[in-house]
Ligand binder design. Sequence first.
Ligand SMILES: NC(=O)c1ccc[n+]([C@@H]2O[C@H](COP(=O)([O-])OP(=O)(O)OC[C@H]3O[C@@H](n4cnc5c(N)ncnc54)[C@H](O)[C@@H]3O)[C@@H](O)[C@H]2O)c1
Length: 257
Amino acid sequence: MGDEHKLLSGKVAMITGASSGIGAAAARLFADEGAAVVLMARRAERLAELVESIRGGGGRAAAVAGDVRVAGDVARAVGTAVDTFGKLDAAFNNAGYGTAGVPLHEMDAQTYDRTMDVNVRGVWNCLFHQIPAMLDSGSGGAVVNTSSVAGLKATGASAAYVASKHAVIGLTRAAAYDYGRRGVRVNALVVGATRSEMMDGVIAQLPELEEVFLSDSLQRRMSRPDEVAQAAAWLCSDRSSFVTGSAMAVDGGSTAV
Ligand SMILES: NC(=O)c1ccc[n+]([C@@H]2O[C@H](COP(=O)([O-])OP(=O)(O)OC[C@H]3O[C@@H](n4cnc5c(N)ncnc54)[C@H](O)[C@@H]3O)[C@@H](O)[C@H]2O)c1
């Protein structure tokens, strides 16, 4: 298949939380599907390795080491997309932080603050800087924000995470409302249990949760990061042109029952 027929041919996409898990899988997939990618995460070496491997495979990629909580870092990543690749068409706002196993009244204020800062302010910072770049391009754009099953329902002993992922869906709908007529689509992914560093950390702390996650899924398994990345790629592509304001489940059916 010629490069021009790939899912994301000609697109420039920014991906946050790109150093591991779902974000790293999306970085590889988006590049394979023809996008130039700007990868943002805090771990510079990991990003550099990923960029090198994408370029080695003939793809186009740039890295910006930074923290989504810092508006200036996010602005730098958007600026890199525009300066290096000429525009910003798509964004996968995927960086996230979560803990589980602590009931609300025992959660310390720092954990609450960090969870809300990364998951809510981080997505806010991204929307704030990405949307003007997409409006400036004259051809609109597509944003995908990573929420979670915890964005639609409570999961045990993780109140701050649940609140933050509900907020991600709220931000998604609000932005879709405000920019729909101006050609910017905004969607959220309701991600189910996925094998990643975050999941490994949760299971190391609370091994009994593994069985809960497996039995929640109608497929009795967890997702692979690349299965979530596939949904993000489609939502960032022109093939989802009438999809906006949605919270799309990629959860093995766990919110269906
Ligand atoms: N793994 C799951 O089961 C699961 C389920 C539902 C939702 N999610 C969500 O998926 C997203 C990706 O998580 P993952 O499972 O791939 O885990 P992961 O730990 O492998 O990846 C998280 C990424 O976010 C980055 N990150 C964290 N804080 C950051 C910050 N302040 N600034 C920039 N980058 C930051 C990390 O460096 C990492 O690259 C998160 O938003 C997470 O909440 C994961």
